[in-house]
Design a protein around this ligand. Structure first.
Ligand code: ATP
Ligand code: MG
Ligand code: FE
Length: 334
């Protein structure tokens, strides 16, 4: 089974060719980060234009590196939501045109599901039921994953996503976009105990998250220091905020494990690349005999390989999309 996976939901144009769900034959990612950096975040209109420019060359390069043509493909899998509508439409219409011309089936992929499926690319025998902590730029979800395609959202953020909070704090600290990797980098030089930022845990037993107040606490600390004419240590703020975000994610994950008694936790989404999060969870879960699984960093942030991986499992079920497939910017997981 040869799947071409295509991702254009945000600011990465990416394509990958995947053989039998495991053997990645090519993986091309064209990132627009440098384009959006000067605006401090993704500008939707610019993102769609960039996708239009890069879509065809990226797909062609993925096929060339895999030494294949369209006709060798079993199916073309493409993200149809959630994401920026203009960006999604470039991928969806391009994939449709190619699939139709090549006479191969089209598979519509939910971007959130694909983040979770990134784990299946590198880990052979994941046994259901699984628990997933999806932490990305737009989402923070705890998910019970009982079988392929079967999800129950146990908790989600009530305001900002974890990645969004990291991005906003980084922006205020003048660290640039995307903020998560910058916070991680500069936090190495800081003291994580320097500031005791709040850890929003919500009602006892709740598996929901809230990062907006935590983010505001950092901004308030910075503002009051500024009014007193003091300057605070950026590495200390970054380290302390990263620690607060990780503490909440770890505590909620442990609570979900306790409630569901699931023996494997999957990390997914861009924030899953965070070293402190991985190391803290690794340590805490080992004590409990729970297995922690996460993708390599390149498969945590947006990429075509995860789309191809999710596509493979849809292909096995014969789960194909109609030619009327449309972009669904607000698509949820269930
Ligand atoms: P979604 O998947 O929810 O639609 P998205 O596609 O924009 O949103 P991803 O690409 O999954 O999000 O992840 C990007 C987010 O991950 C950004 O918020 C970024 O700051 C964060 N991130 C990336 N690397 C790291 C890291 N090493 N540590 C912390 N955060 C990180
Ligand atoms: Mg991105
Ligand atoms: Fe994403």
């Amino acid at each position: 089974v040869v799947i071409l996976g295509i991702e254009t939901s945000c600011d990465e144009t990416s394509a990958a060719v995947l053989l039998n769900g495991r053997d990645l034959r090519s993986h091309v990612i064209s990132s627009q980060i440098t384009t959006h950096q000067k605006y401090g975040g993704v500008v939707p209109e610019i993102a769609s234009r960039e996708h239009s420019l890069h879509f065809q060359p990226v797909v062609q390069q993925a096929l060339n590196e895999a030494k294949l043509t369209f006709r060798d493909l079993s199916a073309i899998a493409v993200t149809y939501g959630p994401g920026l509508v203009g960006s999604l439409l470039v991928g969806v219409s391009g994939a449709k045109a190619m699939a139709y011309a090549a006479g191969v089936p089209l598979i519509g992929i939910n971007h959130l599901e694909a983040h979770i499926y990134a784990n299946f690319l590198e880990h052979q025998d994941l046994k259901f039921p699984l628990l997933a902590l999806l932490v990305s730029g737009g989402h923070t979800h705890l998910i019970l994953f009982e079988a392929h395609g079967q999800y129950t959202v146990l908790g989600h953020t009530r305001d900002d996503a974890a990645g969004e909070a990291l991005d906003k704090v980084a922006r205020t600290l003048g660290l640039g976009y995307p903020g998560g990797p910058q916070i991680q980098r500069i936090a190495q030089e800081g003291d994580a105990q320097a500031f005791n930022f709040p850890r929003a845990m919500l009602e006892p037993g709740s598996l929901d998250f809230s990062f907006s107040g935590m983010k505001s606490a950092v901004l308030n600390t910075l503002n009051s220091a500024r009014m007193r004419g003091e300057t605070l240590s950026v590495p200390d703020i970054a380290a302390s905020f990263q620690q607060a975000v990780v503490d909440v994610l770890v505590r909620k994950a442990l609570l979900a494990i306790k409630e569901t008694r699931v023996k494997t936790l999957l990390l997914a989404g861009g924030v899953a690349a965070n070293r402190l999060l991985r190391e803290t969870l690794d340590h805490k879960l080992a004590e409990k005999g729970v297995c922690l699984v996460y993708p390599s960093p390149i498969f945590c942030t947006d990429n075509g390989a995860m789309i191809a991986t999710a596509g493979y499992y849809h292909y096995l079920k014969g789960d194909f999309a109609p030619w009327t497939l449309n972009a669904v910017p607000g698509l949820g997981l269930v």
